[in-house]
Design a protein around this ligand. Structure first.
Ligand code: NAD
Ligand code: UPG
Length: 437
């Protein structure tokens, strides 16, 4: 099938590459001239394990193309995916201007039947708005389908190639057939395509992300309670996670959820609820808990240094909002950096992939280390903000030799508290008894 993907950010690039991998001819359109140039020349623009190989193969085998021209991009295409940004507007609602502007443009240039697919995360009612924006100028027949994307950064290729489910919102038989054929190679037995109406598909995406964010904030509050009551959140997590009704996943406490999706999508669902005069009480609490959780380690750090961080120097391991990505959108590490700088401290940071992106935002307000161990030089303590694998089994001798104090503040619960006590560290994490007590 000939398909077009408009927007070659995270979702667009993964979507386009994976559809090319299953034999489709895919043209990706982006207004970012530099990005299109790089991609056309075979230079991948995001860090995503496993994607580069597929990208290079499909580019070489002439199934993957890039252009800045929407007209050229949609020529002969049967399906057009919109993988455009939907950032929060000033009031927290999803900004639909990118999606609706492209829909408007499509209406002016479409000449034959096409299926337009909302792949972006969009509020309920967007399929209707996209339909209206296209229909304003379009004489050709078309259908608008809602097909939300559930991929996670860092494991995006696997998520796309082997989805738990594919949600397709359409009431058109013709579009249903086209979408079913396109996704047939990806769905395995038991992991179905769920056909539904457009509005239910749109709400499914927000409900999924909001539910997962709720699980995380819930566990972060349990972690707080664990510390106050002397329980261990790791034990409680295992204890409840082995109940299949609860499930093991997304129960890890930490320093809050970040990334480009959970924060904005929870906020957007709260706003959508307000728009229909409903106060989504649980989600308001989820957001409030997450806000404070980002700086969960700060009082512990301050207490260790007698409430005075002025002139102290911190090593920070991990900047990306989670491992296996260079994405720093809403990364808890950025909040920690700001708080430490405000307290008069200095920071040296290391991240395997995200330093370039952080440098663009934070500049020379902090220093950037070449290596996780050189990052520790002259530091008063180590702070861990992202659970990259390379941080999980470090050389503790090197750490203690470099740090001024044997103190580690771990926002991701990487180490056994008992072991840290044996090694003589002051080790504080989330929801577990500090090693020095
Ligand atoms: N990132 C994720 O993990 C993820 C997962 C599932 C769903 N989503 C949703 O998918 C959507 C896209 O997210 P993303 O992270 O890929 O965004 P992104 O910001 O990484 O990429 C968006 C791309 O669209 C391009 N663009 C903007 N206006 C354009 C136009 N008029 N024509 C062509 N291209 C244009 C930008 O240049 C950019 O390359 C959002 O709604 C997001 O919520 C994201
Ligand atoms: O037990 C957990 C699991 C995750 N997180 C945090 O939650 C955030 C989001 O993690 P994750 O969901 O793995 O990353 P994303 O790539 O943002 O993916 C989410 O957002 C995407 C965009 O909508 C969806 O497609 C995915 O299904 C959804 O998982 C990160 O800050 C994690 O550190 C925790 O704190 N504890």
């Amino acid at each position: 099938m000939k398909i077009t993907v408009v927007g070659t950010g995270y979702v667009g690039l993964v979507t386009g590459t994976c559809f090319a991998e299953t034999g489709n001819e895919v043209t990706c359109v982006d207004i970012d001239v530099n990005k299109v140039k790089k991609l056309s020349e075979g230079q991948i623009t995001i860090y995503e394990p496993g994607l580069e190989k597929l990208f290079e193969r499909n580019l070489k085998e002439d199934r993957l193309f890039f252009t800045t021209s929407l007209e050229e991009g949609i020529k002969d295409a049967e399906v057009i995916f919109l993988a455009l940004p939907t950032p929060p507007g000033a009031d927290g609602a999803a900004d639909l201007s990118y999606v609706l502007n492209v829909a408007d443009h499509l209406g002016k240039i479409m000449t034959d039947y096409k299926v337009i697919v909302d792949k972006s995360t969009v509020p309920v009612g967007t399929a209707e708005k996209v339909t209206a924006a296209i229909a304003k100028n379009c004489k050709a027949p078309f259908d608008v389908v809602s097909n939300p994307e559930f991929l996670r950064e860092g494991v995006a290729v696997d998520d796309f190639m082997k989805p738990d489910r594919v949600v397709i919102g359409t009431q058109s038989e013709r579009a249903r057939k086209v979408m079913g054929d396109l996704y047939a190679p990806f769905v395995r037995q038991g992991n179905p395509i769920l056909f539904m109406d457009e509005k239910s598909a749109e709400l499914t995406k927000y409900a999924a992300n909001s539910f997962l964010a709720t699980k995380i904030s819930f566990m972060n509050e349990i972690a707080i309670l664990c510390e106050k009551l002397g329980a261990d959140v790791d034990m409680v997590r295992r204890g409840i996670g082995s109940d299949e009704r609860i499930g093991k996943r997304f129960l890890f406490p930490g320093i809050g959820y970040g990334g480009s999706c959970f924060p904005k999508d929870v906020q957007a669902l709260v706003k959508s609820s307000e728009d229909v005069n409903y106060n989504f009480k649980i989600l308001n609490a989820v957001m409030e808990v997450n806000e404070t959780q980002k700086l969960f380690l700060l009082p512990k750090i301050k207490a260790y240094f007698n409430n005075n961080l002025k002139g102290k120097h911190f090593a920070l391991w991990g900047l990306a909002f989670k491992p296996n990505t260079d994405d720093i959108r809403e990364a808890p590490a950025l909040y920690i950096i700001n708080a430490l700088l405000e307290e008069g401290a200095t920071v040296s940071a290391f991240d395997p992939e995200a330093m370039k992106n952080v440098r663009q935002v934070v500049g020379d307000k902090i220093t950037y280390a070449e290596h996780q161990y050189t990052c520790l030089e002259n530091a008063d303590a180590l702070i861990i903000a992202t659970e990259w694998s390379v941080f999980r089994t470090p050389d503790f001798n090197k750490i203690s030799a470099a740090l001024k104090n044997k103190a580690i503040f771990d926002g991701r619960n990487l180490f056994e508290t008992g072991r840290m006590k044996e090694l003589g560290y002051h080790y504080e994490s989330v929801g577990r008894t500090p090693s020095t007590l």
